[in-house]
Every structure is written in C-alpha cells, then in structure tokens.
Design a protein around this ligand. Structure first.
Ligand code: AP5
Ligand code: MG
Length: 218
C-alpha cells in the first residue's frame, strides 16, 4: 500500500500511521519525526530546520522532498509506505508524483483525517512524545502505564516544543493556507478519501481499516 495521511495538526495522523505500519509491516515516513530527530542530534539539517519548527512554519520544500526521496530509496519502502505529514504543499505533491512516476509507482490512496478544531487543540496540548523512539501518548486519552515513561522503550516522555498554544495556532493557520489546498489536488486525481478522525483511537483505526478494505487495499 502506498498511502498519504493528510490533515491538520493533531488529527491523529501519526497515531494511525503507527498502527497501520505495524499491522502491515510497512514503513511510516513521518517528516516531522525525522526533522525533530535531526534537531535533537544537532545535524546540519536539524540546525537549519530548528527555528522553523519552533515557529510552526514549514521547512523549505526542497529540504523535505530530499528527505522523502532518501527514505523511499531504502529497501524497506519498496513494497509500500505510509507518508505522514508529507506532502504539505502543492509543490511537494507535484514532486512526489514525479518521484513515484520515475519509479514506475503511484499512490493508492490519500486519507484526509477530519476532526473538529476544539478536539484538535485538546489533543495537541495533552500530547506527550517519547524523546527516544517518538511513540505518541496523551495525558488523558492515551496515557502511558507509568507517568512520564514510554511504554515501548522506557524513554522519557516530553511535550513537543511546537505544542505551546501560540505555536499550535500558527501551525493551524499554516495548515489552512498551505496544506488544505491538497485536499482538492488529490480529489481531482480521484485519490482522496475523507475519514472522520473523531472518537477513540481504536474506533478511528477500525474506520480506517474499513475504508482500506472497501478500496481493496487491506
Ligand atoms: P508534524 O510532526 O507532521 O506535525 P503536524 O502535522 O502538525 O501533526 P502532528 O504530529 O501535530 O499531529 P498528528 O496528526 O500526527 O497527531 P497525533 O497522532 O500525534 O510536523 C511538525 C513540523 O515539522 C511542521 O510544523 C513543520 O515545521 C515541519 N514539517 C513536517 N513535515 C513537513 C513538510 N512536509 N513540509 C514542510 N515542513 C514540514 O495525535 C495528537 C495527539 O492526540 C496525541 O497525543 C495522541 O495520543 C492523541 N490522539 C490521537 N488520536 C486520538 C483519538 N482518536 N482520540 C483521542 N486522542 C487521540
Ligand atoms: Mg504527527
């Protein structure tokens, strides 16, 4: 399956991408996770991207397209992948089309997660992520077994620096201006499916599975 998960910050793209990735043994390519890891490791990419992440602004197209190109070239992406948080601009979507065409591939589906704004804000402000493996938790809806400790790897859970209220507002407005136009882009190409992302994580996962199986993908 070659999937793109689209939607505003906090709709649950990363959470559902993780579930699909482990269920189907396919890599999840999350550009946000890759950028945050680069910031933590203070690589050249991280130093370049840090200010933009902290302000909730997008990193330049050519930088993220370069990251995705490298990830898709890895053997584990040969049979399929889930792109989480990429593409995020029309230019990125066009570059992805071109990249896949050059590999003789095409996307199977773009899932647009839709969640009411107030729920998105609650999800973002209560999110905690593992500082080591990036697993995603929520203080109320998806708490770890032990406070502040990752269930999966024992790493420390932290709040993302871009989950502060002002930065969340900036990210939501960047989404509206630069990413929302992708909904029409993929609808025109007959690739778009809307998914109601509200309700419990398990319920959303079941809805997603039903959608994929209705499209003959799962
Ligand atoms: P990125 O990391 O992609 O952030 P985002 O798109 O803002 O999305 P989030 O990760 O915040 O939300 P999500 O939809 O994954 O939700 P999650 O599953 O965590 O990007 C960060 C930054 O990197 C950007 O601002 C930009 O600077 C840069 N960047 C990344 N990609 C780029 C690109 N392509 N181009 C340019 N720049 C790029 O869930 C949220 C919370 O809700 C969690 O706590 C979770 O436990 C909880 N939750 C999930 N589902 C449910 C549910 N059903 N019910 C209750 N709680 C739930
Ligand atoms: Mg995410």
């Amino acid at each position: 399956m070659r999937l793109v998960f689209l939607g505003a910050p906090g709709v649950g793209k990363g959470t559902q991408a993780e579930l699909i990735a482990s269920r189907f043994h396919q890599p999840k390519i999350s550009t946000g996770d890759i950028l945050r890891e680069a910031v933590r490791n203070k690589t050249a990419l991280g130093l370049q991207a840090k200010a933009r992440l902290d302000q909730g602004k997008l990193v330049p197209d050519e930088v993220v397209v370069g990251i995705v190109k490298e990830k898709l070239a890895e053997p584990m992406s040969a049979k399929g992948f889930i792109l989480d948080g990429f593409p995020r601009t029309i230019r990125q979507a066009e570059d992805l089309d071109e990249l896949l065409r050059s590999r003789g591939e095409r996307l199977d589906r773009v899932v647009n997660f839709v969640v009411p704004l107030d729920a998105v804000v609650r999800r973002l402000t209560g999110r905690r992520s593992c500082s080591k493996c990036q697993a995603i938790f929520h203080v109320e809806t998806n708490p770890p077994r032990r406070d502040g400790i990752c269930d999966r790897c024992g790493g420390e859970l932290v709040q993302r620096s871009d989950d502060k209220k002002e930065t969340v507002e900036a990210r939501l407005s960047v989404y509206e201006q630069q990413t929302a136009p992708l909904v029409d882009y993929y609808r025109q190409r007959d690739l778009l499916s809307e998914l109601d992302g509200s309700g419990r994580i398990e319920a959303v996962h079941q809805r997603l599975m039903d959608l994929l199986s209705a499209k003959g993908l799962a």
